[in-house]
Design a protein around this ligand. Structure first.
Ligand code: ZN
Length: 753
């Protein structure tokens, strides 16, 4: 991480260098803390006074939540110690003489963390006891004899499921889990305590607030599998998520129904090429979203899907396939119009629950997924049943709520016979959300019609099996019909539930989530699983909900948002496949105007000369005002432009070739003054919040990788966009341009640092 490398440079930096580095706000805080730590070590300060000074530093520094928590989500009990555990190649990871698979798995994870991120080659050794000399990392559940004996010596234990104790002294770094999952989460906390070749001396006791800690996303497309794996290992596991709801549709090879794969690909192309996320119904009814960018509108082979599940499982993450049935069923119907509720729809979204042949198809599809993914639970969708009542001759004279209940029960019985539990979206179980029995849709853009409403409470009581896990996305009080009353109804009827489409701003969370039947929650991604989409839209939800689900720490929204923005550079370094040159190489200022350059919409800056071969360029900039960032699912044919384009840099090389660098709101820039009254959801995954030491103003540093190594950059121009939602009086303020220049290689005989 860059902040570590900067910190490590502090001791050999000149004051002028430090001034330069201090431009970055976070670095400044880190530097202060580093200096204080050094000073305290020199003066032999106690832990208590260190904490007091740390608190003082936080209070006087720049932001409401200045330093990201040392461990995120914040543990239940966490005390720092004076003595840290030094990391070098003499450290040993100790495993028992007969290690379990889980002991070895943890040891290998630790070893890869040390080599990949900290430039250390740490040895693994089998021992029957921890030797009296040397420094050791010992990790495992209480079944690991080394762990058990050392815990007894320290007089500590962890016995809450998924709970752990971490105890780091200057000689032993211990992770003791109540069970295998606990040991794993202890390791994930230990990872976060490593800084600059030290593990912070600490005692941590921790266990989760809720057992169901999920993220709902689309199965990745083939190109995005590497990102998916990094996200599982270096985000979900790191922040202690344990459930992955993976929407599948027909994005896996279906051997019994190749027509589903063929129709799925055709659907994705048609929506993309017509720039739509769904089709309209024949009377211009609003149909369900097609979610056709699951699997990037393509098809994964079965062994690829099985591989994703295995990969997640080893990180203690259970995969719950979401296989939408009844509704959002485009993938079933694209080549089975005869099974659709509205056969003449352009792309039918809903199947006919009165047509018995529907279930031959649905069960075939469920069985193929079960064979490959071996799930304990399947999410069957069932939300937003919104087609016109009476449009289907087979259903016309029947009770739609009874049809809904029959459909749920048929699928439930099929899955139960295979030992699989059912989850569904619960909106058609609660009248305040969907209305009673039948609801009228005025449909001003087309033909008015009636749509199915919710089951009556007595129907829910009688007709719906109570061991179904209900995904409650209707928890937010700010919309009519939604809110706490619905979760109380579900609880009284006997369901377990989770907060679906979960977001950190839920009101009265501690009180509402206290009952045991509220087993957890899951924020959702409703666009393709890509680094860009997750970075642009979901960091606030994913990190904020991690805190709600694991921790009992409850920061306010501005504080949470500020903390998450400060985490972004570190999160991006883990999730992005490409290292940033500034992590290892010096940063040089190359353009520092006395006042920030303001480029308004439709204008362009003067050329700013560069004249050198660079590894990367760091633009330190901010927008004059907030701009817009629509969710990626509103532009499935072009995710990038759902974030307002404020302008772009034109990077001109010595041969005249021009590369452009888009400047997009909530991607690589936010407004000046961000952090005072901003929308907490707007964070910038690709930028680092910095403070100008000259003006005191906040900016965002975005590091752009040069795609043409070896070709000098002649100059850079900044242009403001003149069309689109950001036109008007917004603009881009450019504080400075800094570069990481081409590295000079060492000559033979030169002394290495
Ligand atoms: Zn029908």
């Amino acid at each position: 991480m860059r902040r570590f490398s900067i910190r490590s440079q502090c001791s050999r930096s000149s004051p002028r260098d430090l001034y330069e580095q201090a431009l970055h706000g976070l670095w400044r805080i880190e530097f202060k803390w580093d200096t204080m730590r050094l000073a305290m070590k020199c003066f032999g300060c106690s832990l208590r006074s260190r904490t007091a000074i740390h608190t003082l530093l936080l209070a006087v520094s720049l932001w409401p939540l200045q330093a990201a928590p040392t461990i995120f989500p914040q543990p239940r009990e966490f005390a720092l110690r004076d003595a840290n555990f030094l990391l070098d190649n003499s450290v040993t990871i100790a495993v028992p003489t007969e290690p379990s698979n889980e002991d070895l798995f943890l040891a290998r994870l630790a070893s890869s963390e040390f080599s990949d991120r900290h430039h250390l080659a740490v040895e693994l050794r089998r021992v029957s006891f921890i030797p009296d000399e040397g420094r050791f990392i010992v990790m495992g559940s209480v079944r690991n004899p080394l762990v058990r004996r050392y815990c007894a010596r320290l007089g500590i234990e962890s016995n809450v499921p998924e709970g752990y104790v971490v105890d780091v002294s200057n000689r032993i770094a211990l992770v003791a889990g109540a069970d295998d999952a606990g040991a794993f989460y202890g390791f994930e906390s230990l990872r976060q305590l490593i800084e600059r070749r030290e593990i912070a001396g600490a005692r941590v006791r921790d266990w989760p607030y809720k057992p169901f800690r999920g993220i709902k996303m689309y199965v990745p497309g083939r190109e995005n599998i590497p990102y998916f794996k990094r996200f599982v290992r270096d985000f979900m596991a790191l922040y202690k998520y344990n459930k992955l709801i993976l929407e599948m549709n027909a994005a896996m090879r279906l051997d019994r129904h190749p027509e589903l794969n063929e129709g799925w690909i055709a659907l994705g192309k048609d929506l993309n090429y017509t720039r739509r996320d769904r089709a309209w119904g024949p009377g211009r009814q609003l149909q369900d979203s097609a979610n056709a960018d699951a699997g990037d509108s393509g098809v994964l082979e079965k062994d690829e899907v099985a591989g994703l599940v295995r990969y997640a499982n080893q990180y203690h993450i259970e995969v719950i396939p979401e296989i939408p049935t009844l509704t959002h069923s485009y993938y079933l119907l694209a080549r089975h119009r005869e099974l659709a509720e509205i056969a003449n729809a352009e792309w039918p979204d809903t199947y006919c629950p009165s047509e018995p042949k529907v279930y031959d198809l649905v069960f075939d599809v469920l069985d193929e997924y079960i064979d490959v993914m071996k799930p304990h639970m399947v999410h069957i969708g069932h939300d937003e049943w919104r087609m016109p009542v009476g449009a289907c001759a087979r259903c016309k004279s029947k009770s739609y709520t009874e049809l809904y209940a029959q459909d749920v029960n048929r699928i439930y019985s099929h899955l139960k016979a295979r030992g699989v539990r059912v989850a569904l979206w619960g909106d058609h179980l609660v009248e305040p959300v969907r209305g009673k029995q039948i609801r009228h849709v005025p449909n001003p853009g087309g033909v008015p019609y009636d749509a199915p409403g919710a089951l009556a409470p007595e129907q829910v009581r009688k007709l719906i099996p109570k061991d179904i896990l209900v995904f409650n996305w209707f928890w937010d009080e700010s919309e009519q019909g939604l809110g706490e009353a619905n979760e109380i109804s579900l609880r009284q009827w006997g369901f377990d539930q989770v907060y679906g489409n979960f977001q950190p701003q839920i009101r009265d969370y501690d009180r509402r989530s206290a009952p045991g039947s509220m087993v957890g929650g899951a924020p959702s991604s409703w666009a393709a699983t890509t680094e860009f989409n997750f970075g642009k839209d979901l960091m606030f939800d994913f990190l904020g909900c991690a805190e709600l689900l694991w921790s009992t720490h409850r920061p306010g929204m501005p504080e949470l948002s500020a903390g998450i923005q400060q985490m972004m550079p570190g999160v991006r370094r883990r999730l992005s496949a490409t290292p940033l040159p500034s992590d290892s190489d010096p940063v040089t200022s190359i353009f520092t105007p006395a006042e920030p350059v303001m480029v308004r919409a439709g204008m362009e800056s003067k050329p700013m000369p560069i004249g050198t071969d660079v590894s990367s360029i760091i633009f330190v900039h901010a927008s004059a005002k907030p701009a817009g960032n629509r969710p990626a699912y509103e532009g499935t044919w072009n995710y990038a432009d759902t974030a307002d384009l404020l302008g772009w840099y034109e990077v001109t090389y010595d041969d005249g070739f021009v590369e452009t660098v888009p400047v997009r709101y909530a991607v690589n820039i936010l407004e000046q003054g961000w952090g005072k009254s901003h929308d907490p959801r707007n964070v910038a995954y690709e930028a680092e919040l910095v403070q100008s030491s000259r003006s005191g103003q906040t900016f965002f540093a975005y590091e752009w990788l040069n795609p043409r190594f070896g070709r000098p950059v002649r100059e850079i121009r900044l242009r403001g966009t003149s069309t689109g939602p950001s036109r008007g009086d917004n603009g881009i303020l450019l504080e400075s341009i800094r570069v990481v220049a081409k590295r000079t290689h060492q000559q033979l005989g030169e002394k290495k640092q």
